[in-house]
Design a binder for this molecule. Structure first.
Ligand code: GLA
Length: 754
């Protein structure tokens, strides 16, 4: 609810309030953004500078309260006495916008440039600010407990404006904070770093042309000492896939200024009279229940206001992707055999990855050409799709439409379509980017991709993009707008197609892409131990329904780490499950195990994909009404491990629950020569017999089953003891390095207790 009372704007969710006022100088002050309060409480939040701050610049001579440098603002000017970071820059000219009018609007205000935006039940406060020759509208839209902000600038004067910076959000928050960012690179996405915000600026910026795996646009500001369940935490994100910028800095007066928007690095727009520019939408959430509380709010927001309507709350298929199993080495027959095996395992969607078109037998050629490779597919793609659909599976296809190889028909025909500058072309993965700021390039992509989608039965698209930009410079924003136009033209008329975006893994994991497709491939690193941190760190700001999470082979191609199949499954369950490995050489016991994993996941997939997600100290939990699933993960074992407790969250204290282990099997081979301690015969650790036994015999691991109240389970279940060097027995958990287990917790007769 948004209201305007006695000169104060009150924006209220049930757990958050934002109070703003226009101060006597026409500047917009942020009085409060935090726990829910009343609009009438505004007086409690007024900050007054008393007799001023020494040598500060004054907006009104002799009025010591008029120093902009110390005001708690929600927007500011530049070169006019506020020396903190400015949200706006007109190429070195000062800016000084003052309040002109406001409007409270039911719903959202549509963007005008084609930028995606959040949708859903909302109210918008539009505050118009003016300075001679320019108008600025600041939009504050409230979606439940999440606030979004953006700025719209119009040149209303008679000369051009050189716009070199425009932020989407500026907030001065009283107090000290720590800033958490998620940084990394290829196969190393989402590494979490937390630093105190002191008097020097802390910056989170991407300049690669895309939102990037180097610095995800989402970040957190938390009060020192905040935990998973307690303390103040602010979460910020941007509905944008291009260069972004955010910064936080504490002032002498103890206000932490945070700004976020498009990166000003190389940003430049010449706004001629009558022209306008709008910033992407910033997303801001607050929780006084710690990081977990913040994530819960962000998850709900993404699931209900960001991802396409068709896919909201809709179960996602278990997919099989041929990339890691085949790379470029496949043909119709090999894929049909793979698909048969995948179907037998329980997969519902077969995804053909890179290599199906042009002369794409390696990553050196073919990108840009959309003609099906007739050598690999004598019956065309339709032949393959038909075959797969007759098996009872859906068919999905990989595209990388934004790039081109020099060795391609497209490049030979249109070398000028590739983005280059006046220097030698710089390649990445042997490819160049196409210039999506051009209409003919966009039309080419839309026509060619649409043609394939309309002629082959395809229900899933993996949209990849495998390089950073160069040569975009000031055009970087237009490239992103071009991309959004292309995605909109292809996918809006085909809402049933499940779009999973990808950029060398998670190089474009952002809310902009999620507006077009509900899933993103988190990382080319599918090693479950790596995924523990990638998926967990994504979970601060993104729900598990957005994670493409696949089981792949071990040892893992990116880390050479050997992990149990159970752990690969247990980690991938907490996302949209897929399998991505060669199935040809799987052992019978592995096939059985994968079948069980898929059947189990299907039974609980709604809870895994859409349940409330909790980060536990030793694992993850999802809960959906009466069903809870929790996994504990072990990185390295230690000798003589102590007792372990699993403290569940979010259960009903009074309800009774049945708690049980999801059964797991141990491979005989993993014990090698130690098998002699339990086997009736002396087995050669390097011999055929043990190898045979390993293929056919599994041992049960310890299983636990009990009934207890929600209160007890939240106080902490004592798990079965871990292996302590005293022999194998099912009264304990025999977990090795990288072991894990999963527990199913179901409410006992939920109807009776509700
Ligand atoms: C990228 C993606 C992979 C795969 C390959 C294909 O690396 O992240 O999943 O699609 O491209 O070339």
């Amino acid at each position: 609810m948004i209201e305007y009372k006695s000169g104060v704007f009150g924006l209220h969710g049930d757990r958050v309030s934002c109070l703003l006022r226009v101060n006597p100088y026409g500047l917009l002050e942020l009085l409060h953004f935090g726990p829910s309060v009343r609009t009438e409480d505004a007086d409690a939040f007024l900050l007054t500078p008393g007799l001023g701050w020494g040598e500060s610049i004054l907006l009104t001579e002799n009025d010591t309260a008029s120093c902009p440098d110390v005001m708690p603002l929600a927007w500011s000017g530049s070169g006019r006495g506020d020396y903190r970071e400015s949200p706006l820059s007109f190429g070195g000219q000062p800016t000084d916008f003052r309040y002109a009018s406001h409007e409270i609007i039911d719903g959202t205000v549509p963007t005008v440039s084609g930028l995606p935006q959040a949708r859903g039940n909302a109210q918008t406060l539009a505050i118009t600010m003016e300075q001679p020759g320019a108008q600025l509208i600041l939009y504050f839209t409230l979606f439940g407990n999440v606030l979004t902000r953006r700025a719209y600038l119009k040149n209303t004067g008679e000369s051009s404006i050189t716009l070199t910076k425009i932020m989407s959000n500026l907030m001065d928050l009283p107090g000290d904070y720590e800033m958490t960012t998620f940084d990394g690179g290829w196969i190393a996405e989402m590494r979490k770093h937390t630093v105190p915000v002191l008097d020097s600026r802390v910056v989170n910026e991407s300049v690669t042309g895309f939102s990037s795996h180097r610095h995800n646009p989402g970040f957190l500001l938390s009060a020192p000492g905040a935990s998973e369940t307690e303390g103040w935490v602010y979460g910020f994100n941007l509905v944008y896939s291009g260069n972004h910028y955010a910064a936080a800095q504490r002032s002498l007066q103890g206000l932490t200024r945070v700004v976020q928007g498009v990166s000003p690095t190389e940003f430049l727009r010449e706004l001629h009279p009558g022209e306008d520019f709008e910033s992407p939408e910033a997303v801001i959430a607050f929780s006084d229940c710690g990081f977990g509380g913040l994530s819960e709010i962000m998850h709900r927001f993404v699931n209900t206001c960001i991802v396409p309507n068709h896919w909201q709350n809709r179960p996602r298929p278990v997919l099989f992707n041929n990339w890691e199993g085949c790379m470029f080495d496949f043909n119709h027959r090999r894929l049909v055999n793979l698909a048969k095996d995948a179907k037998a395992l329980g997969c519902e969607l077969f995804v053909l990855d890179d290599g199906w078109f042009g002369k794409r037998d390696s990553d050196t050629a073919g990108l840009g050409d959309y003609t099906v490779n007739k050598n690999k597919f004598p019956h065309g793609l339709s032949g393959l799709a038909k075959k797969i659909r007759t098996m009872g599976m859906e068919f999905g296809l990989w595209f990388e439409p934004e790039s081109v190889n020099v060795d391609s028909e497209l490049y030979r025909r249109h070398p000028d379509w590739a983005l280059t500058d006046s220097f030698e072309p710089l390649f990445s993965r042997h490819q160049l980017l196409l210039d999506l700021t051009r209409v003919d390039v966009r039309d080419y992509i839309v026509e060619n991709v649409s043609h394939i989608l309309d002629t082959v039965s395809i229900t899933y698209v993996k949209w990849d993009m495998n390089r950073h930009s160069i040569a975009l410079g000031a055009k970087a924003h237009d490239y992103v707008l071009g991309l959004y136009e292309v995605l909109d033209r292809i996918f809006t008329p085909r809402p049933h197609i499940l779009l999973e975006s990808c950029s060398s893994g998670g190089n474009r994991f952002d809310l902009g892409m999620l507006c077009y497709g509900p899933q993103i491939w988190c990382s080319d690193d599918t090693d479950p131990i790596e995924r523990l941190s990638i998926q967990e760190n994504l979970s601060y700001l993104y729900p598990q329904s957005t994670f493409g999470a696949h089981v792949s082979t071990a040892p893992h191609a990116q880390t050479l780490r050997n992990t149990p199949l159970a752990t690969r499954g247990n980690v991938s369950f907490f996302g949209c499950l897929g399998y991505e490995l060669d199935l040809k050489h799987l052992l019978g016991i592995e096939i059985t195990q994968i079948k069980e994993q898929i059947a189990f996941y299907k039974q609980y997939r709604h809870v895994f994909q859409y349940g409330s997600f909790y980060r536990l100290s030793n694992g993850w939990q999802v809960t959906n009404g009466s069903t809870t699933l929790a996994a504990t993960f072990r990185k390295l074992v230690s000798a003589a491990p102590g007792y372990e407790t699993l403290k569940l969250k979010g259960l009903q204290r009074e309800a009774t629950y049945r708690f049980r282990t999801n059964p797991q099997k141990l491979r005989v081979g993993q014990f090698s020569s130690l098998v002699k301690h339990v086997a009736p015969v002396d087995l050669n650790p390097n011999g055929v017999l043990l190898r045979l036994a390993d293929r056919h015999i599994t041992l049960p691991d310890g299983e636990q089953a009990l009934t207890a109240s929600g209160a007890a389970l939240m106080a902490g279940v004592r798990l079965l003891p871990l292996f302590r060097g005293t022999g194998y027995d099912t009264s304990q958990r025999t977990l090795t390095d990288f072991g894990s287990e999963l527990y199913i917790i179901e409410e006992d007769d939920p109807c009776e207790t509700s």
